[in-house]
Design a protein around this ligand. Structure first.
Ligand code: EPU
Length: 421
């Protein structure tokens, strides 16, 4: 099993380029089920999760080929199969994104109900509620959600849950509503840039969606969608991870393709810690302050602080000059990294969905275990500054969401390598 071996202490300096956004690419790939003809997608990251989605699409009759320039060309060849089974869904929860497109285009969707995962309980009741609101019949069959509808009808839907809006739920219902008869209004819709990218893709294909990027999305159903060319937005979470990598090593990085406007809440908190973060013509430049101020932060739906950067920022807060308070309001149990960071000399105490991070002078290298994608990124970041050697086991977690992270970090001076044992 592969792991990362890191010798901490080198300052990062130079330019690193951000890949396309995983969480935009996955629903857009699923949306190709809706399209007639050929779709060409650019800037799709070559990640484990993307490969998994391509495998699932293959089983659902969508062929996918990588062109010489790296773009993906997709086309629906067969519309018989409507079943995303447990084997695939349990490997990647975002498989659930095929539910809306299958129901809209093939009038039937059978998607295995995903179980819990390392970041907590992750229900999909709001996805199902949205599909039923559009007129689909629902049945639970052997752990699968079976939805059927002769015809979907536009409707007024509220998609807010106990933790606010739902990102893939909004994407799923939007994809179902584009071919429904009449107008659908989604209230409490997710405003994440990845939802905006999906809506822009669908509109290019002929959909009529308005209000995306706000909590009220209006969709006027159309008869069909036509495949187009589209370039996926850069990954804001990878961008944030590189910004923190510069900060934690007291370095200086240009993060090419990084979009500051997608990271306003993060930049606000990091500037409060004392970092210098600015735009430049190709992205974002960041340089670190000698002294890191402690902060308070709460994760929230966009444009609030993203839960997907909570773990990485926590690694940085371990070295702040005082006590920081981090509250997780999206996934209250998403703290698997806490015990591992403490193994590296951090002082973090958890009280329910809140942790107190007491700043320490240094972190110390140790063997640590990756548990989920973002927690693993936090451990890599901690390893970059820890004294001595750190080994981050179960590298596959990080490969789900970061494209060649060790090569990118090594190219700006990090002492990190992948070991296969
Ligand atoms: N929720 C419900 N019912 C639902 C759906 C969600 O109660 O039907 C709750 C969730 O339990 C959670 C909150 O609503 O408390 C928000 O969950 P959301 O549905 O927005 O999460 P998601 O769509 O399953 C996406 C990203 C996650 C990211 C979250 C939050 C993709 C493929 N995944 O998940 O990304 O953490 O939004 O921003 O877009 C990652 O990339 O590491 C990752 C986990």
């Amino acid at each position: 099993m592969e792991y990362f071996e890191i010798s901490g202490g080198t300052r990062l300096k130079g330019t690193v380029k951000v890949s396309g956004a995983k969480n935009a690419a996955l629903p857009i790939l699923a949306a190709t089920i809706l399209c007639e003809g050929e779709t060409v997608l650019r800037n799709v990251p070559d990640l484990q999760d993307v490969r998994q989605m391509i495998t699932l699409l293959g089983r659902l009759g969508v062929t996918c080929e990588r062109l010489a320039d790296g773009a993906l060309r997709l086309r629906v060849e067969d519309e018989m199969n409507c079943h995303a089974d447990y084997e695939l869904v349990s490997k990647m929860r975002a498989s659930v994104c095929v539910m809306g497109p299958l129901l809209a285009k093939r009038k039937r969707s059978q998607v295995s109900l995903p179980g819990g995962c390392a970041i907590g309980d992750r229900p999909i009741n709001l996805h199902v509620q949205g599909m039923r609101g559009l007129g689909a019949d629902f049945e639970l069959v052997n752990g699968d959600i079976l939805l059927k509808a002769k015809k979907l009808k536009g409707s007024e839907l509220f998609l807010g849950g106990p933790f606010g809006s739902t990102v893939t739920g909004t994407a799923n219902v939007m994809m179902a509503a584009v071919l429904a008869e009449g107008r659908t209004v989604i209230e409490s819709a997710a405003c994440e840039p990845e939802v905006v990218d999906l809506a822009e893709f669908l509109n290019k294909c002929g959909a009529q969606i308005l209000g995306y990027g706000t909590p009220r999305i209006t969709i006027d159903g159309v008869a069909s969608l036509q495949g187009v060319e589209h370039t996926v937005i850069p990954d804001r979470i990878e961008t944030g991870t590189f910004i923190i990598a510069a900060a934690i090593t007291n370095g200086e990085l240009s993060v090419e393709q990084g979009r500051l406007e997608h990271l306003i809440a993060v930049v606000d908190r990091l500037r409060q810690m004392g970092l210098n973060i600015e735009r430049y013509e190709k992205g974002i430049v960041v340089s670190s302050a000698r002294r890191l101020e402690p902060i308070e932060l709460t994760t929230q739906p966009y444009p609030g602080f993203p839960t997907d950067l909570q773990a990485q920022v926590m690694a940085l807060l371990c070295l702040a000059d005082g006590n920081s308070v981090v509250t997780e309001k999206i996934f209250p149990d998403r703290f698997m990294h806490v015990a591992e960071l403490n193994r590296m000399g951090a002082h973090i105490r958890k009280e329910g969905p809140t942790v107190i991070v007491e700043g320490v002078k240094k972190l110390i290298g140790a063997p640590v275990m990756a548990s989920d994608l973002r927690a693993s990124a936090a451990l890599v970041l901690a390893g970059l500054i820890a004294k001595g050697h750190t080994t981050v086991h179960r590298a596959y977690h990080i490969d789900r969401g970061y494209e060649r992270i060790e090569e990118k970090l090594a190219s700006v001076g990090a002492d990190i390598r992948r070991v296969d044992k």
